[in-house]
Unconditional design. Structure first.
Length: 605
């Protein structure tokens, strides 16, 4: 047993302050020099993470406190990246469960807590943001206790320690109204309540890979915790894929440990050490590195199945290939294969149609983050509307159900409840906060939430908060009405002119601006009625030799709707595609010619 090592994960609902708290833990443990310039949320190293203010990938770092090496894993807070959370919890011995002092436990809090409790981990509850106006610590602690109880926590887990903290201002205390100068109380709580890993350094090696990284110098890097035994550089090991897998021989090149945000080479690593190893070419998530003489493999890591699927297709529009560097089906397939190596919650399947791949993930955000990364890397492709993954249970169709929590102002409550009712949502709880807002909890079919976030923002004038999480499969709830409005479809190829936009302004809201290229079958706007309408979007004003006053010719145009990737994917119907390139996002009909669309509609009927 190595009593000088502690391994902890920081888990919480999205935006409850995990990454900000890790920043302060790194600063106060002396990881950075006093004059060192460090970016805020230093653990969110990915561009998308910085732009959106969310954590997408689990990150490792380490600090030293009172002679003890503390490995810290910062996990994503969004339900769509639950695959990351599940993996990293298997290599820690304790968790810090962060809960916002105003919001209290939220759906993702339930998800990460259930995973931690099931693994037998005892959380340290950190009530964060206690200096926020409206903080209600007693409510948060009682609600957390109730949550633990509902999730089947043991007596020991129910007796959880509580630390009050302000991650932004870098202080923590064991008393509710006591403001201190640093995070010592939190560090000490970790040393006191997180057990050191128990393992024999002389036993046969047992190291399970929980995460992957890649370096152009050394290839694939595996990250995991040494359960037992000792690992050294240039050591021969057996690589086992689960209990049934046939062991194969491999040689470890380097062994590295975390020190702050850096990776430092180590001569050896024993039980409890979280290490990075390289040199094994085809290492994968969940495999066990073990002794050649007496292999002791661990079961492969089990990850919850995907709930949403989309078709990724080669872009076949008339504008294809103008902006993208990678446009062929082989290049898209290679990129998806690379993603599968580290994104364990993703599934990719070939379809009967050439150039179309069925990609399944944990939710819309999970899939759109992948698409956003691909377009930034220079890929060009088209994707279909998301569909839920249905299961057959004894001949009956079952669909994924989500637990949805919405926090809205009283004045918007009726409209939100009406919309959720139309989406087959069932109200399970309603809690007014006495200050003009109410929290509603629903169980909704996952397909009922496709496109709901945009509608929700409109209904609440941007003041509502919503989050949801997968809760299981139930019998199919029946049909749900799709999009209420039709679309405006371009009649021919060309370039949009201001004159054409002026003529179409009273027909609906546009997606395009003057000067944008369009093609036949491309969707240029939302129709104000419920039917699709083919329009001339490239019409020009016919000039004459008569001079007229320009006053009545001034064209007033409503600003177009900004097409973001998330909005476009939610907006499209089953017979439409979203075209994604490094510079543009467009929406189009699957069949570009009008007679092809009519024939497809007849065959579908």
């Amino acid at each position: 047993m190595n009593s000088q090592i502690r391994n902890i994960a920081i888990i919480a609902h999205v935006d409850h302050g995990k990454t900000t708290l890790v920043d302060q833990l790194l600063r106060q443990s002396g990881t950075f020099r006093e004059n060192q310039q460090v970016a805020e949320r230093v653990m969110d190293s990915n561009d998308l993470e910085r732009e959106r203010g969310i954590t997408i990938l689990a990150k490792n770092c380490a600090v030293t406190w009172k002679g003890t090496h503390i490995n810290i894993v910062d996990t994503p807070g969004h339900a769509d990246f639950g695959g990351e959370v599940e993996r990293v919890l298997s290599m820690v011995d304790g968790v810090l469960l962060l809960i916002d002092a105003v919001e209290g436990p939220m759906p993702q809090t339930r998800f990460v807590t259930r995973k931690a409790l099931a693994l037998g981990l005892k959380p340290i509850v950190v009530v964060n943001k206690v200096d926020r106006p409206g903080a209600r610590c007693d409510y948060v602690i009682n609600a957390t206790f109730d949550l633990f109880d509902k999730l089947g926590a043991t007596e020991d887990q129910l007796d959880f320690p509580v630390v009050y903290a302000s991650g932004l201002n870098g202080w923590a205390s064991l008393k509710e109204h006591e403001v201190t100068s640093d995070l010592s109380a939190l560090f000490d709580a970790v040393l006191r309540h997180v057990p050191p890993h128990e393992g024999d350094e002389n036993a046969p090696l047992q190291l399970q890979i929980c995460s992957l990284d890649y370096s152009s110098y050394v290839g694939r890097i595996g990250i995991g915790r040494v359960n037992a035994g000792t690992i050294r550089p240039a050591m021969d090991v057996a690589v086992c894929e689960g209990l049934e897998g046939e062991p194969r021989k491999a040689r470890v090149n380097q062994v590295l440990k975390f020190d702050g945000l850096e990776r430092v080479q180590a001569d050896s690593a024993g039980p409890g050490d979280i290490v990075l190893i390289n040199g094994i070419e085809d290492i994968g998530i969940g495999v066990t590195l073990t002794s050649l003489e007496s292999p002791q493999p661990l079961p492969m890591l089990r990850i919850d199945e995907p709930t949403l699927t989309m078709n990724f297709c080669v872009n076949t529009s008339p504008l294809a290939g103008r902006e993208g560097k990678y446009v062929t089906s082989r290049q898209i397939r290679d990129r998806l294969d690379r993603e599968l190596q580290s994104n364990v919650a993703l599934r990719v399947k070939e379809t009967d149609e050439d150039g179309i791949f069925e990609v399944s993930g944990r939710g819309e955000l999970h899939l759109t983050i992948l698409l956003e990364n691909m377009r930034r890397e220079g890929y060009e492709l088209a994707v279909s509307r998301p569909r839920v993954v249905l299961h057959d249970v004894n001949g009956e169709k079952h669909e994924p159900i989500e637990l949805l929590t919405v926090d809205v102002e009283d004045t918007h409550q009726g409209a939100v409840m009406q919309e959720l009712g139309m989406r087959k949502g069932e109200l399970s709880d309603m809690q007014p906060d006495g200050r003009g807002r109410v929290r509603l909890e629903y169980r909704v079919p996952a397909r009922g939430l496709i496109g709901f976030s945009t509608e929700f923002l409109n209904l609440t004038r941007g003041t509502g908060l919503m989050s949801h999480i997968f809760d299981g499969y139930e019998a199919y709830k029946g049909d749900i009405d799709g999009r209420k409005n039709g679309v405006l479809i371009s009649h021919e190829d060309g370039e949009i002119f201001t004159y054409a936009l002026g003529k179409l302004d009273d027909r609906g809201r546009m997606f395009v601006r003057a000067g944008d290229p369009v093609y036949e079958g491309m969707i240029v706007g939302i129709h104000s009625r419920d039917n699709d309408l083919v329009v001339n979007a490239v019409r020009q004003k016919q000039l004459t030799n008569f001079r007229v006053s320009g006053k009545e010719d001034a064209i007033k145009i409503t600003p177009p709707i900004e097409l973001t990737l998330e909005y476009a994917v939610e907006f499209i119907a089953d017979d439409e595609l979203c075209e994604i390139t490094p510079k543009s996002i467009r929406v189009r009909k699957r069949h570009l010619k009008e007679h092809d669309r009519k024939r497809a509609a007849r065959e579908g009927a």
